[in-house]
Design a protein around this ligand. Structure first.
Ligand code: PLP
Length: 475
């Protein structure tokens, strides 16, 4: 492809994306294709000759769109908001155009230094102290794996340089709540702790980790000859946005002595809320953590993928992650940040650019206004459920997620029937294409999980959801 063709097709594609976005509200939120339906539209063999791109691009509506679930749709209430703002799309376009690989400072100084700038902006935006240093990771899952690897190496005095975990006599134990995201368990397993050494701590009536049980578990492990290594606290659990009591957890960590138990905070969704000063009491105690992750690629607006991983001791992270073969050494090493040493992969794309574009476009005040709108929408929806006798709310609403189930009088007390009834409500709504929500289970009870916060979602969409739910529950 030459530059002239790129320019022509590029303009067409920007036009296509803008038209898609403008017309998205008319599309069914969730794709309804059957498995294999999209694949069947494609040739089995790769194209022998080139030149096929323009005609394929002209058929995007037909080839691709039916198989897309529209995460930026105003009636997307499933999983979590995953906002890809226009500004961040442009950032990704420029990053792709530059094609820069920012593994070392020297391989594109702007990639490193703009990342340093925006990570520090973000730190200030969520009210963290200047000691925290940030790096862009792809996902919270990866960041949590890094955190647990750092915890493992601190607790084992760098066992990776000896026999690894295989040379350690006292098992290292990891603590997480029973409501923690599956990525935490996965990270602990991948980091080699072993399932037997994971401690799932029960939660209280608002689904937050019980600090008293955590303390008991740690005490029991010490008696049993284990070495408590890491606690992962969640601010904003996936199920219900429950808030683990960070201060009490940090106090438990302190009991074990300085730098003994690593405290990692998973605030994947809720970290964005901390841009609002009024939300910051939710993570009081965060300054006592060793590491923290949140996802600007969720509620904030920097398109997938961009996770913000913060650590208080970057030297430790670098010591765990760095490799230093001769071909990667540069004259500036020691004077600059080489972000390859802050992450698992070597290569890294220029993700910071889309965050920079996004923040310039929206500004802190613009973002705060949108987040407050979403919080108010969630409170409005909560009030509707609370006032309706047949609906039961299953969790508090500290942020933008509302968890409910429909309990008609004739089914009250009959759990299997309630499960079937609520699954049917979810099926009706999701199959209709009018909205998309997540049916899920909370401590054995079927719930409908409504996650508000798409950039395009206004009060009228939340009202429409409320009406659709009532219709689906009654019909
Ligand atoms: N942690 C929490 C609390 C989450 O809700 C999620 C995703 O929903 C994750 C971690 C995983 O995020 P990622 O897809 O960035 O790995």
């Amino acid at each position: 492809m030459d530059a002239a063709t790129f320019r022509k097709l590029g303009h067409e594609m920007v036009e296509w994306v803008a038209a898609y976005r403008e017309g998205m509200e008319r599309l069914p939120v969730r794709s309804s294709v059957r498995p294999g339906e999209i694949r069947a539209r494609f040739a089995v063999e790769p194209p022998r000759a080139g030149g096929g791109l323009p005609s394929a691009l002209a058929r995007l509506d037909e080839l691709v769109l039916p198989g897309i679930t529209h995460w930026n749709h105003p009636s997307f209430f499933a999983y979590f908001p995953s906002n890809t703002s226009y500004a961040s799309i442009l950032g990704d376009l420029v990053a792709a155009g530059l094609g820069a690989q920012g593994m070392s400072w020297q391989t594109s100084p702007a990639a490193t230094e703009i990342e340093e700038v925006v990570m520090d902006w973000l730190r200030q935006m969520v009210g963290l102290a200047p000691e925290w240093k940030g790096v862009v990771h792809d996902t919270a899952s990866t960041a949590t794996l890094c955190a647990l690897l750092c915890a493992r190496e601190r607790a084992s005095s760098f066992s990776q340089n000896r026999a690894g975990l295989q040379g350690i006599a006292a098992p290292l134990t990891v603590y997480l709540s029973s409501q923690a995201h599956s990525s935490v368990e996965k990270a602990a397993l991948l980091a080699g702790f072993g399932r037997e050494n994971l401690r799932f701590i029960d939660t209280d009536e608002v689904h937050a980790l019980r600090a008293d049980l955590l303390e008991q578990a740690i005490a029991a492990d010490l008696v049993a000859g284990c070495r408590p290594c890491a606690i992962v606290a969640t601010i904003g659990t996936t199920g219900t946005t429950a808030i683990d009591p960070l201060e009490s957890i940090a106090a438990t960590v302190d009991l074990a002595g300085p730098d003994t138990i690593w405290l990692h905070v998973d605030a994947a969704l809720a970290g964005t809320a901390m841009v609002l000063p009024e939300c910051r009491p939710l993570w009081t105690g965060v300054e006592r953590a060793d590491s923290l992750v949140f996802n600007p690629h969720k509620w904030m607006g920097a398109g997938f993928d961009l996770s913000a991983y913060y650590v208080r001791d970057p030297e430790h992270l670098i010591r765990v992650m760095s490799t230093n073969p001769t071909y990667l050494r540069t004259a500036e090493d020691g004077a600059v940040t080489n972000y390859r040493d802050w992450q698992i992969p070597l290569g890294r794309r220029f993700r910071a650019l889309k965050l920079w574009f996004f923040l310039l476009d929206v500004g802190v005040e613009g973002l705060q206004a949108r987040l407050r709108r979403d919080l108010a929408n969630a409170q409005w929806l909560k009030e509707q459920f609370d006032a309706a006798p047949d609906w039961e709310r299953l969790a508090p609403v500290p942020l933008q997620t509302v968890c409910v189930r429909h309990v008609p009088q004739n089914l009250a007390g009959d759990e299997p029937a309630l499960t079937a009834h609520n699954r049917e409500i979810a099926r009706r709504i999701n199959d209709s294409g009018a909205a998309y929500l997540t049916p899920s289970e909370l401590k054995g009870r079927q719930m409908l999980r409504l996650s508000i916060g798409a950039e395009t979602t206004e009060r009228r969409h939340v009202e429409a959801l409320w009406f659709a739910l009532q219709a689906a529950a009654g019909g």
